[in-house]
Design a protein around this ligand. Sequence first.
Ligand SMILES: Cc1cc2nc3c(=O)[nH]c(=O)nc-3n(C[C@H](O)[C@H](O)[C@H](O)COP(=O)(O)OP(=O)(O)OC[C@H]3O[C@@H](n4cnc5c(N)ncnc54)[C@H](O)[C@@H]3O)c2cc1C
Length: 395
Amino acid sequence: MDFQFSPEDETFRKEVRDFVRAEWDPKGYDTIGATIASYDLHTEEAIELVKEWQQKLAAKGWWTFHWPTEFGGTGAAISRQLVYREEMSYWGAPSTGASDLVSPVLMFHGNEWHKQELLPHYATAEIEFCRLLSEPGSGSDLASVTTKAIRDGDDFVVSGQKIWTSMAEMADYGQAIVRTDPDAVKHRGLTYLIIDMKSPGIVLRPINDMLGQRRWSEVFFDEVRVPARNMVGELNRGWYATMTHLSFERSNIGGPARMLRFLEEFTDWARTEKVNGTPLLDDIRLRHKLADYRLQVEVARMISYRVAWMQTRGEIPVKESSMTKNWGDVLHQGIYRGLASLLTDSGLLRPEDPKAPANRFLGVNAFLSTGLSIGGGTREIQKNIIAQRALGLPR
Ligand SMILES: Cc1cc2nc3c(=O)[nH]c(=O)nc-3n(C[C@H](O)[C@H](O)[C@H](O)COP(=O)(O)OP(=O)(O)OC[C@H]3O[C@@H](n4cnc5c(N)ncnc54)[C@H](O)[C@@H]3O)c2cc1C
């Protein structure tokens, strides 16, 4: 098996690397940490930093690098997309929007308004979306959501509650799944709506993470009017629009690339950090752990390449995507927690503490990476998918 990229792809890799190294400065923020749960990326300065970077990428046409040309993307081949994302992630540079899963849904199921108004503004990084999916009683069993939408003239009227909404306070629009037919079997009574987050009747209540920082919101809808043109796809067929996400699952190559960078930085730090006059890296337990982690990162990278390879063959990598997610979560948590527990007196310190080790974010990531195996589908749900679809085990 040949794991090499073509010379053209490698030339492109260098182009991305040169651009990132010249233009991207994370200014001390943790951009290679737990990402969706990064410690300090919710501050106003960090958001501004990321916005400036997005504008640079949008100007180059890279913010929507993987989009088809008809929608303003580069139409790049899968291998080129993989190289782009791997390189950007290694340097800790955001490469596409957190809300990027909405774009294929709009391309496939959207109407003219979605395609002419929303997609172009997303492509120029002017608007962001949040995901209004989970509810207090519906997470893994998403099809059981009860937030209702009733048709009234040219509008839907939405009432109910969502929870665990990341970045709700910064989003312009929410991608919501709502119940429009309470009498139908649960998957068949759902509709997919794009909701303007500034609409009257929406109230946000912050939810803090285990380190006390705002990370999510509860989102309450009190008879919020949503124009009917905001519906994506057909009435009561929202589940199918939601499932479009599946066929656009990415290879998750960003995770292994970021962990590789983290391990390299950690190793450099351990080489110079001394304990009783001896470099920390001379500690045999640490050496074994670092070697083991490096192998695990390589395994994750190979599974991601497999997903990309399947995509080039037009196959839909459903169980393989669950494998990359599951293994990636285990990897992040295992590395951060394993190294933090080895450094008994400093491993869990906050970045503000001058004694915080390595890139300063090890301790907070040992905590915050917990969220990785819950957000976007829990580890147990991913394992169910692997068991049923890969191993053919009974439900
Ligand atoms: C960092 C983070 C970001 C998030 N961002 C968003 C967001 O932006 N928008 C959004 O809508 N939601 C978001 N969520 C919510 C997330 O999608 C849900 O928490 C997740 O789907 C699990 O749902 P739940 O919390 O209701 O737990 P439940 O579904 O109630 O699960 C509870 C436990 O039971 C297990 N379980 C449930 N069903 C099964 C089963 N069939 N077989 C075996 N075990 C099972 C689960 O694995 C879990 O351990 C986020 C969560 C996190 C942690």
